[in-house]
Design a binder for this molecule. Structure first.
Ligand SMILES: NC(=O)c1ccc[n+]([C@@H]2O[C@H](COP(=O)([O-])OP(=O)(O)OC[C@H]3O[C@@H](n4cnc5c(N)ncnc54)[C@H](O)[C@@H]3O)[C@@H](O)[C@H]2O)c1
Ligand SMILES: [Zn+2]
Length: 334
């Protein structure tokens, strides 16, 4: 078992990573917890056990259920069951479940404790860590939410065994970015150490910057193009796959701007290949549209901001990249 503590000012909470760690739930519930409200989806082949009275609140699978309506229904069901601040919500699932369970816990009775049991690779290295929770609106993803830190997070690597192949690859797309955020050659480590290394990096970034201003933006490495690809639509790339393409693009951009050498670009391509992820833009994407979308990325405050690597191995924001370079580099990865 590997333990990583997320420290936030005067508080901190543990993230436990390891095979079978879901069995440690009782040990991480807030002291004095009376009852447990398990939020999960019926398609997830893993559950948790507790000696405390508990009830399962099911949310159907899929991003289109990550809505205010689902949160309202959950909160009503919590109220019917009589859930109170002396109880704890436990989200068991991928990022969709932990986002919903975390948000419901944040707003129910103005905030009750939540523990995340993350069962996808993406959930373990990203979604369950950092305290961002929320749901989608018809107008866009994650538009309503709250920062609500969990009391603990359990990353049980056993649960990854049943993950569909594509979900696993998408997790590796997100994991790949941590190679350049201080993780180094994560691909050489066993899975629990890979997960723990990512958690450690994300925890350090969140500790330095809980509410997303400066350093938290480094977690967006590879994401400016990824978000544009996702918004443009009309292709089959999932988030983690789009991030993989975005990482290669960020490396090529940094190279063209003289920030890194060719070897660093090859290293990006090697890692993306190693995780069997795509490194090329799908053919049907319109480059002009992508460039317009860069400007609308919610992390772009004034001008188009890219998180790029430099020779010292640090990822940081770069503003005002010439449009001609953005365009020719898109052609390069097509
Ligand atoms: N809060 C954050 O900081 C943050 C960060 C990144 C992503 N997210 C959110 O996370 C969501 C994506 O999360 P995800 O990629 O984990 O997807 P997901 O939660 O949809 O899970 C993927 C699929 O795998 C299934 N599944 C989950 N665990 C399984 C297991 N162990 N075995 C078999 N099947 C399993 C799920 O039922 C689902 O069909 C998005 O909504 C995204 O917005 C949030
Ligand atoms: Zn991402």
């Amino acid at each position: 078992m590997i333990r990583v503590d997320v420290s936030l000012g005067d508080r901190s909470y543990p993230v436990l990573v390891g095979a079978g760690i879901r069995h440690e739930l009782s040990a991480v519930l807030p002291p004095g917890t009376r009852r447990v409200a398990v939020v999960t989806n019926p398609d997830i082949p893993w559950s948790i056990e507790t000696d405390l009275p508990s009830q399962t609140f099911a949310v159907p699978d899929g991003e289109h259920h990550k809505t205010m309506a689902t949160v309202e229904r959950l909160c009503s069901e919590f109220a019917t069951w009589g859930l109170s601040r002396a109880d704890c919500v436990v989200g068991v699932g991928g990022g969709i479940i932990t986002d919903i369970a975390g948000f419901a816990a944040a707003v129910y009775h103005r905030g009750i404790p939540v523990v995340h049991v993350a069962t996808t690779l993406l959930g373990q290295i990203d979604a369950a860590i950092g305290g961002k929770t929320g749901v989608n609106l018809p107008q866009g993803k994650n538009l309503v939410g709250a920062y609500w830190q969990p009391s603990a997070v359990l990353c049980d690597t056993d649960t990854l065994a049943t993950l569909p192949h594509r979900e696993r690859s998408c997790g590796f797309g997100e994991l790949a970015k941590y190679h350049w955020l201080g993780g180094g050659n994560l691909d050489e480590l066993p899975i629990d150490e890979q997960v723990a290394a990512c958690v450690r990096i994300k925890a350090a970034v969140v500790a330095a910057d809980e509410r997303e201003g400066g350093v938290r933006a480094t977690l967006n490495y590879g994401h400016t193009l990824a978000h544009a690809i996702e918004t443009a639509g009309g292709h089959d790339l999932r988030h983690g796959e789009a991030v993989a393409v975005g990482l290669v693009y960020a490396a090529e951009l940094a190279y063209r701007l003289g920030r890194i050498d060719e070897q660093a670009v090859s290293e990006h391509r090697r890692v993306i290949e190693r995780y069997e992820l795509p490194s090329r833009l799908p053919a049907d994407l319109n480059h002009r549209e992508l460039i317009e979308l860069f400007g609308r990325d919610k992390k772009a405050t004034r001008d188009v901001t890219f998180m790029l690597l430099d020779r010292a191995g640090t990822v940081g924001p770069v503003v005002g990249i010439d449009e001609a370079i953005l365009r020719s580099t898109l052609e390069e990865i097509s």
